[in-house]
Design a protein around this ligand. Structure first.
Ligand code: ADP
Length: 413
């Protein structure tokens, strides 16, 4: 199957040759629908059956069992939830939902089951049934976020990184020293989850001032037509035009006694009180930057306070609000660093927005679907093989392109 040239949120799916698709999983959130699915390499599928029985080197042992190694790609895609029909059409056009039917060995439409998480798995269940004839098998949202994060941190080489002063540094995670950590998922709203192990976690906090607030308020204040435009605007903006700084209050001086420089923001949007200006008098780019800074800084600070509550040193940030955006990550890192006095670290994830969808994806295994079961992803590149991850296609600087695919191998039973 070739998914080339299918436009999603303005980004074409990379052209690539596909074999059988399996394990479509969905995360239907308040703002975005995320899709993850696996496709076998078509060349491999042809040889698959013979090699399964004849080629020992393609068998991998796990516990008591031997599993054949299947090569293919993990695919990622996203759609705006408000444009759910585009998502349904994409699934239909590429027959992604049929993987759920095949797995049960029954093509009757009422037996097609697809794993789904997020509130939309409930809200849109009837729509999926009506338009595609599939039943959404609902997985808990928090379970999936944690399962997705644990999966990424254990299985993917160069997944986590720090970002400070424009410098990105990948962090090698020791699997035996992963827990406990704080997972902060910044979607429409924000969840803060203390993770102690596989399936062992507690949602310890959250905030309603999140990605939805940035986009919603930003849209009202700037008249931007889409999220990327608003984010792009923030690049050119200057928040000091709108934010009230310590220096504005102290006549240009620092407040050294408590460690505040003159450029520290004392009050986000505070200058608008005394400027005697109307909304139209401010540049949209300055508004966007100030808003982004306010929300990112606030989330960074609340996250750190929660890490402090439980003595956690590592905070992993996910969710599509981040979008790998330099200013967002920098602001969050500075907030964590400032309040912890350098003690705690903000870490970001390359597949930030797909935690829930990946959690739903790996839940196929949990529920014991045995045909083409994903047991464990393994790397196939000789370079990455020593790191216990799998090979990522795309740019070498670690940026994940929209709807990028990952080439990988899985054990299958
Ligand atoms: P949810 O599951 O709540 O939809 P996500 O992790 O998908 O959460 O993040 C949603 C947030 O991501 C939005 O509130 C917005 O801040 C941001 N975002 C990033 N890209 C887009 C986009 N193309 N359209 C809308 N929001 C986007």
């Amino acid at each position: 199957m070739d998914l080339g040239n299918v436009g999603i949120l303005g980004n074409p799916v990379p052209k690539r040759s596909h074999g059988a698709v399996s394990h479509l999983a969905l995360d239907i959130g308040g703002s975005l629908i995320k899709l993850v699915y696996f496709s076998r390499n078509s060349e491999y599928s042809m040889k698959d059956k013979e090699e399964k029985s004849s080629n020992e080197s393609l068998l991998v042992s796990s516990g008591e069992k031997n599993y054949p190694l299947i090569e293919g790609s993990l695919h990622f895609a996203k759609f705006e939830t408000s444009k759910i029909n585009d998502c349904l059409e994409f699934i239909q056009r590429n027959q992604l939902h049929l993987s759920g039917c095949e797995r049960l060995g029954d093509t009757a439409s009422d037996k097609c089951i697809i794993k789904a998480t997020g509130g939309g798995a409930y809200k849109f269940a009837d729509l999926f049934k009506e338009k595609l004839g599939i039943c959404l098998d609902k997985e808990d949202e928090m379970d999936c976020l944690v399962a997705g994060a644990n999966f990424l941190l254990k299985a993917v080489h160069q997944e986590a990184f720090t970002y400070m002063d424009g410098q990105k540094e990948f962090v090698q995670i020791d699997h035996h020293d992963l827990y406990p950590y704080l997972l902060v998922n910044i979607g429409s709203g924000v969840s803060m989850i203390k993770v102690d192990g596989d399936g062992k976690f507690e949602r310890v906090s959250g905030t309603n001032v999140g990605g939805g607030t940035f986009w919603g308020l930003g849209r009202l204040l700037t008249k931007c037509k889409n999220f990327d435009e608003l984010l792009e605007l923030s690049h050119q903006g200057n928040n000091r035009v709108i934010d009230m700084l310590v220096g504005d209050i102290y006549g240009g001086m620092d407040y050294t006694k408590i460690g505040l420089t003159s450029t520290t923001i004392a009050s986000s949007f505070g200058k608008a009180i005394s400027d005697n200006k109307e909304l139209e008098d401010y540049k949209p780019e300055d508004i966007s930057r100030s808003l982004l800074r306010m929300i990112s800084n606030n989330i960074g600070q609340i996250s750190y306070l929660n890490a402090l509550r439980f003595g956690l040193k590592r905070i992993f940030f996910g969710g599509f609000f981040i979008r790998g955006h330099a200013y967002t990550m920098d602001t969050i890192s500075v907030a964590v660093n400032f309040w912890s006095k350098g003690d705690a670290k903000a870490l970001f994830l390359r597949h930030e927005g797909f935690l829930g969808a990946l959690g739903a994806f790996v839940s196929y295994e949990k529920h014991g679907f045995n045909d083409s079961m994903v047991h464990q992803l393994v790397h196939q590149s000789p370079i990455s093989s020593s790191h216990g991850g799998y090979k990522i296609h795309g740019s070498q600087n670690g940026e994940l392109k929209d709807n990028e695919s990952i080439e990988c191998s899985v054990y299958a039973s």
